[in-house]
Design a protein around this ligand. Structure first.
Ligand SMILES: *[C@@H]1O[C@H](CO)[C@@H](O)[C@H](O)[C@H]1NC(C)=O
Ligand SMILES: *[C@@H]1O[C@H](CO)[C@@H](O)[C@H](O)[C@H]1NC(C)=O
Length: 290
């Protein structure tokens, strides 16, 4: 069985894995009860919010959102219906986002208890709300089951460059902690690697991996039969609920003029599909032809 207490869960604090998601508790709530508000109080250095989120397969999961204003970072973590634990970190200091998946292994097929994957990518402006706003986020009804207001499409990312864990601190101070279990499986795109190289990151951080074009016979893992053959793997995940934008309201004063103030958030859902090289099909067992 998969241990319910993964040692490195949570990038900012170390704690146990989330409780298994409970489904089928239908709570019909007035939308006014499920509002997410930005509190005026000055937040502490670290703050945590737990929200209940409905996943695409209908299961309810508890998502933990943490903000670390000191390090200017946000993390988001939840367990999928298949038991995989997904962690997302947005590092605003270095404009890097980190996706980590801890996927349950198939013990009967000779795999480890779980397999860790890490994908690094550039964080663009306005992808997610700032850490300072995240730290102020409060919910009126923690029992409310949340669905994102905007469902965004699937972004396809070709992750053809490997990242050396012991040197990845140059990209983000969070990588070492978050991706340490994924040591041989940390990937980024060639484009992002180029961008970071131009900004002065050392070349030894990256290693170019074989591509379809220059590696004859390199096939998608989906159609590869031999478990020991190298192939191109697909892994997708979806951040089902995250605060993507700040909402502004207007306060009315006696003269009728409004002053805008930040009063809440808009939530989004977004999917990511990562295509990357694996030295053995064995490391990509979920990607099978059906
Ligand atoms: C990663 O970097 C470390 C430290 O510089 C080095 O010793 C190691 O050989 C590198 N690993 C790979 C796979 O290149
Ligand atoms: C990954 O999935 C996409 C769309 O589902 C597909 O177009 C692509 O060929 C797949 N790549 C591999 C290597 O399986």
């Amino acid at each position: 069985m998969f241990a319910s207490c993964v040692p490195l869960v949570g990038p900012f604090t170390s704690r146990c894995a989330l409780a298994p998601s409970s489904s089928s508790s239908l709570l019909l709530l007035l939308s006014s009860l499920s509002l997410l508000l930005l509190s005026a109080a000055t937040p502490g250095l670290g703050s945590e919010l737990r929200v209940r989120v409905r996943l695409a397969d209908g299961l309810i999961t508890e998502e933990v959102l943490e903000a670390d204003s000191e390090r200017d970072a946000i993390s988001l973590e939840f367990k999928q219906g298949d038991g995989a634990l997904v962690t997302f970190v947005a590092d605003f200091k270095q404009n890097v986002k980190i996706f980590r998946a801890l996927i349950l292994g198939e013990l009967e097929r000779g795999q480890n208890q779980y397999q860790a994957l890490c994908f690094l990518s550039r964080l663009n402006r306005n992808e997610i709300i700032p850490s300072e706003s995240m730290a102020r986020l409060r919910q009126k009804n923690p029992q409310a089951i949340r669905l994102a207001e905007e469902r965004r499409g699937l972004e396809q990312l070709t992750m053809s460059t490997a990242v050396n864990l012991s040197r990845a601190g140059q990209l983000s101070s969070h990588v070492y902690n978050v991706c340490s279990e994924a040591h041989e499986a940390i990937y980024t795109s060639q484009d992002d690697a180029k961008h970071w190289l131009n900004k002065g990151v050392e070349g030894s951080v990256f290693e170019i991996l074989p591509q379809t074009a220059d590696t004859p016979g390199l096939q998608p893992c989906r159609v590869t039969r031999d478990l020991w053959q190298p192939c191109l793997c697909n892994y997708s995940l979806r951040l089902e609920w995250y605060p993507c934008l700040l909402k502004y309201c207007r306060s009315r004063d006696s003269t009728g003029k409004g002053t805008p103030y930040r009063c809440g958030i808009k939530s989004c859902s977004k999917g990511y599909q990562f295509t990357y090289y694996v030295p053995q099909k064995q490391l990509c067992l979920w990607d099978e032809e059906t």
